[in-house]
Design a protein around this ligand. Structure first.
Ligand code: ADP
Ligand SMILES: N[C@@H](CCOP(=O)(O)O)C(=O)O
Length: 296
């Protein structure tokens, strides 16, 4: 059997830990059962030289968590991971691994768990729902958790919502990008983000992107993370000058996601020049938001 799991872009500016969108870039997981106690992991493409192929592999840990949750012995498994989502770039590679792991276990066990139960397990491992929810359900997903419960609502991406990602040639782990965030924020900044988030959800629902460049602003995480992403502030400034629909850090970064109209590709290339001016190579990829989450 084989699973196809999408990349995701979380936060979309103000929605820190609360919103994410599935994109048409995929990891594939080929799997079959082995005798109890056996584990084989083969990694191809992204992460082939660095990802562990033993019990420390995140996808295997997520797989194992389903057996533990159901109080069942862990079944032996062969996993071939064909990865296209770059690691530690803010495109949800860890969420794709976690979703892959819980889904593989559920398939092998004859699907005892619903997608909602799998979401809960995945959130426990990933720590926040904003990537795992769209990786599971597709589309743009608003999410939150309340101890044991995870809430979510899906918004279908409008056909006119086009985006490109600028993937810089360096890693930034989510752990590091979270370590620079303050423990407390001011009421003023909270009000700023609540207002932007309302505008963002309205823009995504109504498919009216006129105010997206305002709606996508954020004061909770991006100002702190900008010191980890050279050139980011200049990119944000230039995106406004060029009248692009909106720009934000993708997930915890360092990837930058740019919303734009069809035919704005040349303007997006100008943003890539900014990274170049900071001696950072980057890969510019056009990705479409997608309706479908993980599929078999
Ligand atoms: N296909 C995969 N299989 C197993 N583990 C993975 C895979 N992809 C990512 N990971 C794990 O997730 C880590 C990257 O997670 P993180 O720092 O959150 O970045 P990202 O923004 O890509 O999710 C990797 O170092 C690795 O431990
Ligand atoms: N809300 C999280 C999202 C992390 O996404 P990733 O794709 O970088 O793993 C955060 O901003 O820390």
């Amino acid at each position: 059997m084989i699973l196809k799991i999408p990349a995701t872009s979380a936060n979309l500016g103000p929605g820190f830990d609360c919103i994410g969108m599935a994109l048409d870039l995929y990891n594939f997981v080929e799997f079959h059962e082995l005798n109890e106690g056996m584990l084989e992991i083969i990694v191809e493409k992204e992460g082939s030289t660095e990802l562990p192929t033993d019990h420390n592999n995140l996808l295997f840990k997520a797989y194992k968590s389903v057996f533990e949750y159901l109080n069942k012995p862990v079944m032996g498994i062969h996993l071939k991971l064909i990865n296209n989502i770059p690691l530690s770039r803010g495109l949800g590679s860890s969420a794709a691994a976690v979703v892959g792991g819980v889904l593989v276990a559920n398939k092998i066990l004859g699907e005892p768990l619903t997608k909602e139960e799998l979401l809960k397990l995945a959130v426990k491992i990933e720590g926040h729902p904003d990537n795992v929810a769209p990786a599971l359900f597709g589309g743009i997903v608003l999410s939150g958790s309340n101890g044991d419960q995870v809430f979510y609502r899906k918004i279908s991406p409008g056909v006119m919502l086009k985006c490109s990602v600028l993937i810089p040639d360096f890693h930034l782990s989510t752990k590091k990008a979270r370590s620079v965030l303050p423990k407390m924020i001011s009421l003023q900044d909270a009000i700023f983000n609540v207002g932007r988030m309302g505008l963002l959800v309205d823009a995504l629902h109504s498919e009216n992107y006129e105010m997206l460049n305002i709606a996508i602003e954020d004061k909770l995480h991006q100002p702190y993370r900008s010191k980890l992403i050279p050139g980011l502030d200049d990119i944000f400034k230039l995106a406004k000058e060029l009248n692009l629909l909106g720009v934000s850090i993708s997930g915890a970064g360092p990837t930058v996601i740019v919303f734009h109209k069809d035919g704005d590709q040349d303007k997006v290339k100008k943003l890539q020049e900014v990274f170049k001016n900071y001696n950072i190579d980057s890969n510019l990829v056009h990705l479409n938001p997608i309706e479908q989450g993980v599929v078999e």
